[in-house]
Design a protein around this ligand. Sequence first.
Ligand SMILES: *Cc1c(COP(=O)(O)O)cnc(C)c1O
Length: 401
Amino acid sequence: MLRKDRLFTPGPAAMLPSAQMAMAAAGMHHRTPEFKALFSKTLADLKEFIGTKNDVIILSSTGTGAMESAVTNLTSPGDAVLVLSAGKFGERWTSIAKTYGCKPEVVSKPYGQTFDLEEVREALTKTPSPKCVYMQANETSTGARHNVQGVAGLVKEANTAGNDTLLVVDAITGLGTTHFDVDGWGIDVIVGGSQKALMIPPGLAYLAVSEAAWKRMDTATTPRFYFDLRKERKSQAKGETAYTAATALVAGMSNALDYIRCMGMGDLRAGTVALIDSAELCAAMTRAAATALGLPLFSAGNPGAAATAIVAPEGVDSGAIVKALREQFGMVVANGQGDEMKGKLFRVAHLGYYDYLDTIGLAGAMELVVAKVTGKPLQAGVAVKAAQEVYAAAHAQKAGA
Ligand SMILES: *Cc1c(COP(=O)(O)O)cnc(C)c1O
């Protein structure tokens, strides 16, 4: 049977067709009025997408580059920092911090779980107090959602009591799948990446930076060159980048933001809310489908809407499910990340250009694939039915509201 390729991995995610056209057409030089106008509009749109009044910076790199910039620009060697870690991306914060000579205190939880706020509160009161807290909004390796609002409240409380702590959130898969009140909660730096909910290829990272974080950069002494945010701020205020801009990716990003604006009938913020609600609903449908088939959820207690991590049936390598979904149906999902999770679970993303039909298609394919890999009878319609019921209930609620 014919197979359409469908990219359901938690980055890169499916591309928006109109953004692909915009990228192909973008041949302008980066020091022209034409590009400056496009770049300035994209920065302004990103502010609305993120939901912040803080300055937004675009970097030519994948998300990790922006994460690194949030360490090098905000710390000095020897600084105490606090890392909240419960997965592969949490571990990345620890590695970056150590690379640049910070002394990370790590509050860690087993994969699939989230943090105990009391432990975070305690870690914030230690001396010396942390200069930064680094966390994920969504830990993409486990599918967990962390309580950014809760942690932000604790950081605020600790700062009132005399701390000088900045909150840095890796929301690379959080933005576009999760509601944040960046300025209200007091997130000092929030990081995103182009290949997730913004529906374009890897290659751009972006971050919103608070006044307190900009101020920190005046005293932070960790070496930085390409990712010097103050240099970028100066250039980007004029619609330019410090070095050559990734012109085609910026054109694609601008197109994707226009698409989200259309989802909101001309209001980009409303479109962003619709995009997030869509991801939440697709994730809820997927959780119901997996559960109906008897497949446990890996982050059952605190699942996010960016990606759903599903545990393979007893005695089955999750790689066999990943392979069957790809070979039989053209659906590309991700295996578990790292030695600890590979073979045990598979991950389906609900990022950006991902819809009802993708979700229903996956539910149907899972029924067939689970029967195949377990040798058990086909549970035809079981996962689809569960997903449909979640959709119908959400729709009825909306109509009643
Ligand atoms: C994708 C992702 C990253 C960034 O990875 P890159 O490969 O550098 O783009 C970081 N954190 C999370 C939570 C992610 O999902």
